[in-house]
Design a protein around this ligand. Structure first.
Ligand code: ADP
Length: 243
């Protein structure tokens, strides 16, 4: 078609994440998500909030293809996840950085190895591996700790190792599940500042958290889940803190 008249309908193709009437039922369980529809534009930093059990983790797990939808479809960067077969799931995961509350680090391996893991899986080795791992550690302020074992680190530092591991492959999308759940308010703000930095250079960031204090006044859009239903679509949590 020639470019005549009107604006093309590009909205959906611009979305980094799109849910179309998504429901998820675990085997033998109730519906963890019911008819959830939303769109998150590329380059957005957004939150999903709700009480424990509301379906926040499930929503993130569907985006990362750790779970599959029961009904409806999820699109990531325009790709319908239904069309990604089991063998191609690892390729999808390379585009999604995952951060968990409990860090999920390998405690018998030093910091360097933990952060290197996603790149090692892709076959990267040698000086380029070292360069990229150190660049990631530098971004989270842990360059000097590459030889340390996770047990020697504070909880906040362990979380930053988890973040370095999530971003080492430079994924366009970061998903964080209760990333500040075990941290005090100061450390929580530090972690949020890191996410903001990644977002400023174009990474789309979606954070699941029940911590409303953390979100209040940040100006970032948020959506609210309640017992698997989206009771509030992407909205703004307050006025931006800065200019
Ligand atoms: P949240 O992250 O908001 O706490 P979850 O997505 O973890 O919520 O859970 C939503 C619902 O799905 C809860 O009722 C939970 O018990 C259930 N659920 C989560 N994971 C599983 C699973 N693997 N098997 C069965 N039920 C699950």
């Amino acid at each position: 078609m020639s470019a005549t008249g009107g604006t093309p309908k590009t909205r959906s193709s611009e979305a980094m994440i799109r849910f179309d009437s998504v429901s998820k039922r675990y085997p033998g369980g109730l519906e963890a998500l019911s008819e959830v529809t939303f769109e998150i534009p590329r380059g957005t930093m957004a939150f999903v909030t709700g009480h424990s059990g509301a379906g926040k983790s499930t929503l993130l797990r569907l985006i990362a293809l750790l779970e599959r939808t029961t009904r409806g479809q999820v699109l990531v960067a325009g790709q319908n996840l239904r069309r990604i077969g089991r063998r191609r799931v690892p390729y999808h995961r390379r585009n999604v950085g995952l951060i968990f509350q409990d860090h999920r680090l390998l405690y018998d391996r030093p910091v360097f190895d933990n952060v290197a893991l996603p790149l090692v899986i892709t076959g990267l080795d040698g000086p380029e591996l070292g360069r990229r791992v150190r660049a990631a550690l530098d971004q989270v302020g842990l360059l000097s700790r590459e030889r340390a074992y996770p047990v020697a680190l504070s909880s906040g530092e362990q979380q930053r190792v988890g973040i370095a591991r999530a971003i080492v492959g430079k994924p366009p999308l970061l998903l964080a599940d209760e990333p500040t759940g075990n941290l005090d308010p100061d450390l929580s703000r530090e972690i949020m500042a890191l996410f903001e930095r990644f977002n400023r250079v174009g990474t789309t960031v979606l954070v699941a958290s029940h911590d409303l204090e953390l979100i209040r006044g940040t100006g970032y859009p948020r959506m609210v889940l309640d017992q698997g239903r989206l009771v509030q679509g992407l909205d703004h949590a307050g006025e931006p803190a800065g200019a």
